[in-house]
Each structure stands twice: as C-alpha cells, then as structure tokens.
Design a protein around this ligand. Structure first.
Ligand code: ADP
Ligand code: AMP
Length: 213
C-alpha cells in the first residue's frame, strides 16, 4: 500500500487540493487537523486534550498525534494522503516506523510553496465546513452565501483563523514544521509545487507530480 503526503504552511491550499485529487487517485484524505476538530466538536476525551493547543495555534504533543494516526492507519484499506502530518521530525520518524510495520510505504510528499503574506490573505477570508470543504469569500465562494455546497451545513470561520492565532501558527510552522522537509528530503521523494497559482493549475501540477510514484 502506497501513501502520500501534502505539506506546506497553514493556508497553502492542502485541504483544497486534497479534495481535488484524492478521489481520482483512489486515496483517502487524512487530515490530522480535521480529526482534532471533529474530536473537539464531539466533546470526546481526545477533543478535551487537544482543544487548548488548537485554540492557541500550538502543536498537539507528538505522542497524542502519533497515537491517533497509528490507531487510524490500522483501519485503512486504501492508500492515504496525509495532510498536516507529520509536523515535527519526531512525527516523521514515527510515521515511517508505523508504515513499515503495517506493510505500507510513503511514495512521495508534495510541498506546496506559498509565501507567508499570501497565506495570511487566504486565511483571513477562509470559511470552512465540518465536512472538510473549504471556501474563500473572494476566490472560491459557496453558491449560497454561508452554506456548504457539498452538505448544506453552515460555514464557519475557524477559531484559529483569527489574526493573533494565525501569526502564532505561522511561527510554529517556521520553527518546528519547516525543518521536517529537510528530514523528509533525505528519505522520500519530496516534490516542490508552486502553490501560488490558481487552484486548477496547482491541481494539474499535483497530478503530474504524483503520477507513477
Ligand atoms: P490549508 O489546508 O493548507 O490550511 P486550505 O485548503 O484551507 O489550506 O486553503 C486556505 C484558503 O485559501 C481557503 O480559503 C481556500 O479556499 C484558499 N485557497 C486554496 N488554494 C488556493 C489557490 N490556489 N488560490 C487562491 N486561494 C486558494
Ligand atoms: P490544520 O487543520 O492542519 O491547520 O491544523 C489545525 C491545528 O490542529 C494545528 O494548529 C494544531 O494545533 C493541530 N494539529 C493538526 N495536525 C497536527 C500535527 N500533525 N501535529 C501537531 N498538531 C497538529
């Protein structure tokens, strides 16, 4: 079983692209951020553990993240596209070990390259649905204002998309997550993709990058 990763700063377009490519590639989208938000909404023990980290824009501790991913991987029967994971070198090492134990492998990681000022502008107008769909008030608005095209549930602005938390998340990305790329480049194919183009252009590059890997 071959899995893949989509990497990049908050707001780079990982979730948007995952929705565009997973179906056609026969991959299941696995966003650790979506999993944590679902746990918070559900009021589960995991949700109570992670809520404060999400609200402050800090990383959830590695042992919590790895236990969620390992538990999840056991039930997966298709290749997975990891989105927002791994975010530390400890998580990356843990992932590679878990994949080897499960008879899986990481085929490639695509890295969406987007400058900080662009991601800040994107996040400011992002609206999200609990189904995982993402919109942008100017560049990707829903058909009916405030409501999800896919599931007709109300759209929300994520609590951690508030400007103070966004700057914390970008600092965390620069300090703790960007270095993971150097580690990954040593062990797996990492393909840099210019993420500042239109959604459709980025999607085409991702298909090209992942074909045959
Ligand atoms: P991430 O999952 O990396 O945090 P998202 O996929 O949620 O990022 O995208 C962040 C915001 O930017 C959303 O509002 C989305 O609609 C918008 N967006 C995504 N890709 C592009 C793009 N290529 N051009 C313009 N806006 C984009
Ligand atoms: P995201 O949806 O990827 O923007 O993630 C939202 C928030 O969830 C992050 O700011 C972290 O608090 C938490 N989170 C998601 N994935 C991870 C991860 N792999 N490691 C640590 N924290 C994570």
């Amino acid at each position: 079983m071959v899995d893949y990763g989509i990497f990049g700063p908050p707001g780079a377009g990982k979730g948007t692209q995952a929705l565009a490519i997973c179906g056609r590639l026969g991959l299941e989208h696995f966003s650790t951020g979506d999993a944590f938000r679902a746990a918070v909404r559900g009021g589960t023990e995991l949700g109570n553990t992670v809520r404060g980290y999400l609200d402050r824009g800090q990383l959830v501790p590695d042992e919590v993240v790895l236990s969620v991913v390992m538990h999840d991987l056991g039930g997966r029967r298709s290749g997975v596209l990891f989105d927002g994971f791994p975010r530390t070198v400890v998580q990356a090492r843990g992932l590679l070990g878990a994949l080897a134990r499960e008879g899986r492998a990481l085929g490639a990681v695509v890295n969406l390259v987007v400058r900080p000022e662009i991601v800040v502008a994107r996040i400011a107008l992002r609206r999200s649905c609990q189904c995982g769909a993402v919109y942008h008030l100017e560049t990707a608005p829903p058909r009916q204002s405030g409501w999800c095209d896919r599931c007709n549930e109300p759209l929300v602005q994520r609590r951690d998309d508030e400007p103070g938390v966004v700057s914390a998340r970008l600092a965390v990305y620069a300090e703790q997550t960007a270095p993971v790329l150097d580690f990954l480049r040593g062990v797996v194919d990492v393909v840099d993709v210019d993420g500042e183009r239109s959604v459709e252009e980025v999607t085409s590059s991702l298909f090209a990058a992942l074909a045959g890997r």
